[in-house]
Design a protein around this ligand. Structure first.
Ligand SMILES: CC(C)(COP(=O)(O)OP(=O)(O)OC[C@H]1O[C@@H](n2cnc3c(N)ncnc32)[C@H](O)[C@@H]1OP(=O)(O)O)[C@@H](O)C(=O)NCCC(=O)NCCS
Length: 103
């Protein structure tokens, strides 16, 4: 994602057939809390077919990201214990049957 020629964010995904995994999404710290993360995720999801399912892992403590995903209609599927190198658990979140835009 670029703003006036500067890259301020990105999203990395992995897609096999109808299954998408969001590997990472990030907005430059200086540009966070201004709606760019929401716009970037919306832009990406608008490119997908409606019968796609999306999964992702997010740190249990990462409330900004968890709230972003909840806002888009993701729900918690389970926990992967000690998923990260520092021992923190991951929450697995999933969205079945994509709904476009923010719900
Ligand atoms: C997660 C991230 C991409 C959100 O991007 P952003 O541009 O700051 O988010 P937006 O301004 O578009 O906010 C969209 C929604 O996200 C949630 N959110 C964003 N920042 C938040 C915060 N500090 N606290 C709680 N919720 C937050 C809210 O639900 C917000 O909607 P609202 O404004 O109506 O409350 C950004 O915080 C980031 O880059 N974090 C570091 C990288 C990271 O952790 N990525 C996720 C990996 S799984």
């Amino acid at each position: 994602m670029s703003l006036q020629g500067n890259i301020i964010g990105y999203i990395f995904t992995h897609k096999i057939d109808k299954d998408v995994q969001i590997l990472n999404i990030a907005i430059d710290t200086a540009y966070q809390h201004k709606g760019y993360g929401e716009r970037l995720l919306s832009y990406y999801m608008d490119q997908l077919d409606e019968d796609i399912s999306i999964v992702l892992e997010v740190r249990k403590s990462n409330f900004p990201a968890i709230n972003l995903y909840l806002k888009f209609g993701f729900s918690e599927l389970g926990i992967r214990e000690k998923y990260y190198n520092d021992g923190e658990d991951a929450i697995v979140m999933k969205m079945e049957f994509l709904t476009h835009g923010v719900v």
